[in-house]
Design a protein around this ligand. Structure first.
Ligand code: ZN
Length: 465
């Protein structure tokens, strides 16, 4: 399995070998989370929960089913999702008067209730989030974590007194995003989507994109400002200080299990997964190197080592299976465990523990007495190096171009006059997707790559996953 040669095949094979997900479930695109894969997802969720709770978001849990009548209230929204929803048409043998759909996202489930919860300016801002499964009938080829039909999904929904306060929420979402992405060691771009590509019903959408090794972009999440586009059809109003009724301004922030897919795709190598320490179900694996006559001694040392690491809060696995060390190394490399510790009779005699880093393959020894702080230090180094390496890969994958001649298989960056005509023409001619303009303005003076007009606007485009 060569990541460089065929990323797509490599990805499928790694997910399978590491046993992150089982796709044999008899509904296509609805995969089974295995204990190992689910654990990784739960660590990611825990970072989201921590940051959202710290910023006064309340966790809610809304029903899965949405009545068709609510779904149809926002016209752009229904147009955007119409071909993707799953319908529930019967209860037992009786056809339903009003059809129900499985949530593709929860605006139309939440907003009728927000209209009841919000009465006065003192009820604002209302900041909520939920982590639930959503359903979208994907017609493109499905792929574990990246394109599935039942999606493990995080969504925050907020309501504000005015556009400026909603804008402050968007800025807070970027801070939350940064804190959640750090333990995943994933770099990303914040790109304001084009008007024809924004979320159905949004005032604007900022996409969170990362870059896969084959030069494709992968959208990891999005942050939307809705203005009053949903509060008007759903009649979410509040009474201001002067007793006037006003519509709230809303925002949302969504991410999904694609984060797991990105971790696999960005950090993995030809030997298997490479997990960032903060989301690894096991951060350290201890392998006893048994020799004849020393089995009991080595086993006792290995168990004591495990206990010390575990008591220090490190997630550790002692592999006592009756297998050769080499085959144990191989198995845990596939699983991406960041740090391997080996202990044999020679190590014991010398008072050391041998280590091997999963990311770089670097090996060495640490003093047995220092194994806890040294393991922590190595795990921190691994996380830093993973992020550094991924950042470099991402910046190497972006190329600024000034004409439509032979385009590199990379994320492209170029001048754009901002017109839809030029944007569309670019997409048609290159079969690439405009990802949008940088949310943080990047200085640029040049010409529109299509019409040649002078412009200071830079835009990104890529083959999207
Ligand atoms: Zn142009």
């Amino acid at each position: 399995m060569k990541k460089e040669e065929n990323f797509s095949e490599w990805y499928n094979e790694i997910v399978e070998l590491a046993n992150l997900s089982d796709k044999r479930y008899p509904v296509k695109g609805m995969n089974v989370w295995t204990p190992y894969g689910w654990k990784i997802m739960l660590y990611i969720d825990s970072f989201l929960r921590k940051e959202l709770d710290a910023t006064d978001h309340g966790e809610v849990c809304f029903p899965l089913l949405i009545p068709e009548t609510e779904f149809q209230k926002e016209k752009e929204h229904i147009k955007g999702f119409d071909t993707e929803v799953y319908w529930v048409t019967h209860a037992g043998t009786n056809p339903l008067d009003i059809r129900l759909l499985l949530r593709p996202t929860s605006e139309t489930a939440m907003y009728p209730i927000f209209a009841l919860w919000i009465r006065s300016h003192t009820d604002l801002p209302l900041k909520t989030y939920q982590i639930v499964n959503t359903f979208r009938y994907e017609t493109k080829m499905t792929r574990a974590f990246i394109r599935v039909r039942e999606i493990h999904f995080f969504e925050s929904h907020t309501c504000h007194v005015d556009e400026a306060d909603a804008q402050r929420q968007v800025e807070e979402d970027f801070e939350i995003l940064e804190k959640v992405m750090k333990p995943l060691c994933l770099p990303y771009l914040l790109l304001k989507r084009t008007d024809w590509d924004k979320f159905p019903g949004a005032f604007y959408t900022v996409g969170v994109d990362t870059v896969l090794p084959d030069g494709r972009s992968l959208q990891l999440g999005s942050i939307h400002h809705y203005r009053e586009n949903f509060s008007k059809p759903f009649d979410i109003k509040y009474e201001d200080l002067d007793g006037n009724l006003k519509h709230v301004h809303q925002t949302t922030f969504g991410m999904s299990e694609r984060l797991v897919g990105a971790v696999v795709g960005v950090h993995g190598d030809d030997k298997g997964l490479v997990l960032p320490p903060d989301i690894a179900p096991f951060q350290v694996v201890v392998i006893p190197i048994l020799a004849k006559g020393r089995v009991e001694e080595v086993t006792a040392h290995a168990r004591a080592l495990r206990d010390r690491l575990s008591e220090a809060g490190i997630r550790v696995k002692l592999d006592e299976r009756d297998e050769r060390p080499g085959s144990k190394f191989y198995d845990w490399e596939i699983k991406g465990v960041p740090l391997r510790l080996e202990i044999g009779s020679r190590d014991i005699k010398e008072g050391v523990v041998t280590y091997a880093r999963r990311d770089s393959g670097a090996k060495g020894t640490v003093m047995a007495s220092e194994v806890v702080p040294e393991s922590k230090r190595l795990l921190d180094e691994i996380a830093n190096d993973l992020l550094g390496k991924a950042r470099k890969t991402m910046s190497d994958s972006i190329e600024t171009v000034d004409n439509l001649g032979s385009l590199p298989k990379k994320i492209l960056r170029f001048g754009w006059c901002g017109s839809k005509d030029c944007g569309r023409e670019f997409e048609t001619r290159t079969e690439l997707k405009l990802l949008g303009t940088p949310y943080q303005t990047e200085e640029f003076v040049g010409k529109c790559i299509v019409c040649g007009k002078d412009t200071e606007t830079i835009v990104y485009a890529a083959r999207a996953m």
